[in-house]
Design a protein around this ligand. Structure first.
Ligand code: GTP
Ligand code: SPV
Ligand code: MN
Length: 581
C-alpha cells in the first residue's frame, strides 16, 4: 500500500531506506490488523495474555526496566533561535539535532518492520482536529496508538485531503538510556524519538504532537494546547457545565475526569461526563466563549491508586480490551497494582516472584491503555466537532502545605499569574527524584513547545479576545496533616469543590477576599454526607507569612524568563505583593 499523497510516500521511502527497514506496513486501523499485531507480540513475548475469563482481550507489556517513564532531561525543542525554546526547554540547534538523530536512525530497523501510522488528534470531522503520521518499528506503539488516537484509514483519508500532517519518526533502538533522545522540530512540524518505547516518549501523538508541537502552532494560530482534562458536570436541573483542569503528571486528571459523585449528590441527580483526561485544545468561539476538544481517543492512565473506592469508572473499563504496562499479576494471571485491592500479587512488574523487599509490585508509573469509548461516563459531546464550552479553568498541584483546597482568581489576568505560579511535588511519571516541589506553570513545564514568557503573553492576549472568559481557579487535593495523611478525602468528594466553582461562575455564592485570591466563605463547601468532617479550617486557611515567602519564590521564578515576561503579569505580581505587605 502507498498513499495518494506523494509527499507522504517520499518521506516513508526515504525513512525506510535510511533505517534499512526490512518491511513497510501501512496501518489501516482495522480489527484484523490489530489481531495480527497482537498475535505476533504474543509470540515474541512483547505482550503476555492476561486471564481470559476475568480480562478478555487484555494484555500485559513489561517494558525494559530502564525505560519506565518520560525522560525530561533527554527531551529537546529544536528551534532555529535558542531563545524561542526558552529556559523551560532543553534546546539543540536543529542541524546538530538532525545530524545526531540521522546517526542514531541509520540502519536501526534492519530486520524490523516499519509501521506507517496515520492518526487524527480530535474528532475525525472536526475543523479543530490535526493529523499526523508516526513511523515506528514498535508494534506495541501501534497497538497503543490505535486505542489512544483515531488511527488508520479515515485519518489517512483526511491527511490526503489536507496535504498536511505532523511527521513523527520513532524507533525503540536498543533501549539504551545513553542513546535516547526525544527531539521536536516545531518549525518543521516534526518529531524524532529514539531509544525508548514508553508512553509519552514513544506514543508521539500524545505529549510530543498534541502538546509540544500543537502548543507552538496554537500560539501563531490563536488557540491553546493544554495539559488538561475536560469534564462535564450535570446538576440536578439537568444542566451540564464543562470544566477544564490542568494538574501535573500523576496529580489527578484521570480521576477527576471520571469521578463518581458522592452518594448524597447522586441521589439528587448530579452526574459527571468525561470528555478527556489529559490533553485539551481550547479555541475561542464566535460567541466569545472558549471551546474545548479532547485530541485523544483513549486513556494512558496511572494504574497504582486505581481502586473500587477511588475510581470505579476506571475499573469498570479495565476488564476488557486493555493493555497494561508494567503492572504486577496475581496467581491466576490478573493484572494487579497497589491500591487495587487486598490480594497479594504473585509476580511483580519485572516478572519476578513478588517480594516486598524489591519495592512495589507494580511500577509506580505503571499504566493502562484503553479506549475512551469504554468509559461508563463517556460524554455524548466528546465527538462534537465544535467542542464543548468551558465555564471554568482549574489549575492544581500536589502541595502538602500552603495552597488551599480551592481559590478563585480575581479575573483572567490574575488567573494567568495563578496558573503561571503553580508548583507541585514531582511524581514517578518522569524519571528523576519524586516528591520535590517544583514550579510547573499550567502543568506545562515538560510540555510547552516554546518560551514560557511568550506562552504567558499568549494566554493574556487570548483572554482579551474572550467576551465571556471562563473563570480561573486553583485547587489542591493533597494538603497533609501532621501525621502525613491527606486532609481532604479527594476523588469523588472533589465534586464538592467543583460545585462551589460552578456556583461561583453563576454568581450564586459568596467568597472571601484575600491578597492571593478568593476563598470559599465559611460553610461554602458542601460537606453533606461526609462521615468524617475534614479540617476545613486548615484546608481553607490563608497563611499570610507563608504566602509572603511564596510570592518571593514566584518572583524569582518569573525572573528566569526575562526579558520575555509580559508586563501585565509583572503588574499582577506587584498587585499581590503589595496587598500582602
Ligand atoms: P498523568 O496521566 O500522568 O497525566 O496523571 P493524572 O494527572 O491523570 O493523575 P491520575 O488521575 O492518574 O492520578 C495519579 C495518582 O494520584 C493516582 O495514584 C491517584 O490514585 C491519585 N489521586 C488522584 N486523585 C486524587 C485525590 O483526589 N486525592 C488523592 N489523595 N489522590 C488522588
Ligand atoms: C504524563 O506524564 O503526563 C502522562 C503520561 O500523561 S505520558 O504519556 O508518559 O506522558
Ligand atoms: Mn499527563
Amino acid at each position: 500500500m502507498t498513499s495518494k499523497l506523494s509527499a507522504l510516500n517520499e518521506w516513508v521511502d526515504q525513512v525506510s531506506a535510511h533505517c534499512r527497514a526490512s518491511q513497510v506496513h501501512w496501518c489501516d486501523g482495522s480489527e484484523a490488523e490489530n489481531q495480527r499485531l497482537i498475535d505476533q507480540m504474543l509470540e515474541t513475548g512483547d505482550l503476555l495474555r492476561l486471564n481470559e475469563q476475568t480480562h478478555p482481550d487484555c494484555y500485559l507489556h513489561r517494558s525494559d526496566p530502564k525505560d519506565v517513564a518520560r525522560v525530561e532531561h533527554l527531551t529537546f525543542v529544536c528551534t532555529s533561535n535558542k531563545e524561542d525554546a526558552g529556559p523551560n526547554n532543553n534546546w539543540m540547534d536543529p542541524a546538530e539535532a538532525h545530524a545526531l538523530m540521522n546517526g542514531l536512525f541509520a540502519g536501526c530497523m534492519e530486520g524490523r518492520t516499519l509501521y506507517v501510522v496515520p492518526y487524527c488528534m480530535g474528532p475525525i470531522d472536526s475543523p479543530l482536529s490535526r493529523c499526523g503520521v508516526e513511523l515506528t518499528d514498535s508494534p506495541y506503539v501501534v497497538a497503543n496508538m490505535r486505542l489512544m488516537t483515531r488511527m488508520g484509514q479515515p485519518a489517512l483519508a483526511r491527511i490526503e485531503r489536507e496535504g498536511q500532517f505532523v511527521k513523527g519518526l520513532h524507533s525503540t533502538g536498543e533501549l539504551d538510556p545513553e542513546r535516547r533522545y526525544i527531539m521536536h522540530f516545531p518549525e518543521e512540524l516534526s518529531i524524532q524519538s529514539f531509544g525508548s518505547g514508553y508512553g509519552g516518549n514513544a506514543l508521539l501523538g500524545k505529549k510530543c504532537h498534541a502538546l509540544r508541537i500543537a502548543s507552538y502552532q496554537a500560539r501563531s494560530e490563536g488557540w491553546l494546547a493544554e495539559h488538561m482534562l475536560i469534564v462535564g458536570i450535570e446538576n440536578p436541573a439537568g444542566e451540564v457545565r464543562y470544566v477544564a483542569a490542568a494538574f501535573p503528571s500523576a496529580c489527578g486528571k484521570t480521576n477527576l475526569a471520571m469521578l463518581i459523585p458522592p452518594e448524597a449528590y447522586r441521589e439528587k441527580g448530579w452526574k459527571v461526563w468525561t470528555v478527556g483526561d489529559d490533553i485539551c485544545w481550547l479555541h475561542p468561539g464566535e460567541d466569545g466563549r472558549l471551546y474545548a476538544i479532547n485530541p485523544e481517543a483513549g486513556f494512558f492512565g496511572v494504574a497504582p491508586g486505581t481502586g473500587a473506592k477511588t475510581n470505579p469508572n476506571a475499573l469498570a473499563m479495565l476488564d476488557r480490551e486493555a493493555i497494561f504496562t508494567n503492572v504486577a499479576t496475581t496467581e491466576d494471571n490478573q493484572p494487579w497494582w497497589e491500591g487495587l485491592d487486598e490480594r497479594v500479587p504473585a509476580t511483580d512488574w519485572r516478572g519476578r516472584d513478588f517480594d516486598p523487599k524489591n519495592g512495589p509490585a507494580a511500577h509506580p508509573n505503571s499504566r493502562f491503555t484503553v479506549s475512551i469509548k469504554r468509559c461508563p461516563s463517556y460524554s455524548d459531546q466528546a465527538e462534537s466537532p465544535a467542542g464543548v464550552p468551558i465555564d471554568a479553568i482549574v489549575f492544581g498541584g500536589r502541595r502538602a502545605t500552603l495552597a488551599p483546597l480551592v481559590m478563585e482568581a480575581r479575573d483572567w489576568q490574575h488567573g494567568v499569574l495563578v496558573g503561571g505560579a503553580m508548583a507541585s511535588e514531582t511524581t514517578a511519571a518522569a524519571t528523576g527524584q519524586v516528591g520535590v516541589v517544583r514550579r510547573d506553570p499550567m502543568a506545562m513545564k515538560p510540555f510547552c513547545g516554546y518560551h514560557f514568557g511568550d506562552y504567558w503573553g499568549h494566554w493574556l492576549a487570548l483572554g482579551e479576545k474572550l467576551t465571556q472568559p471562563p473563570k480561573i481557579f486553583q485547587v489542591n487535593w493533597f494538603r497533609r496533616d501532621a501525621d502525613g495523611g491527606f486532609i481532604w478525602p479527594g476523588f469523588g468528594d472533589n465534586l464538592r469543590v467543583l460545585e462551589w466553582i460552578l456556583a461561583r461562575c453563576r454568581g450564586e455564592v459568596e467568597a472571601a477576599e484575600t491578597p492571593v485570591g478568593l476563598l470559599p466563605a465559611d460553610g461554602g463547601i458542601n460537606l453533606e454526607g461526609l462521615t468524617e468532617v475534614p479540617d476545613m479550617e486548615t484546608l481553607l486557611a490563608f497563611d499570610q507569612a507563608g504566602w509572603r515567602e511564596e510570592i518571593q519564590a514566584i518572583e524569582a521564578f518569573l525572573a528566569e524568563f526575562e526579558p520575555r515576561v509580559p508586563q501585565a503579569l509583572k503588574a499582577e505580581l506587584e498587585r499581590v505583593k503589595s496587598a500582602l505587605h
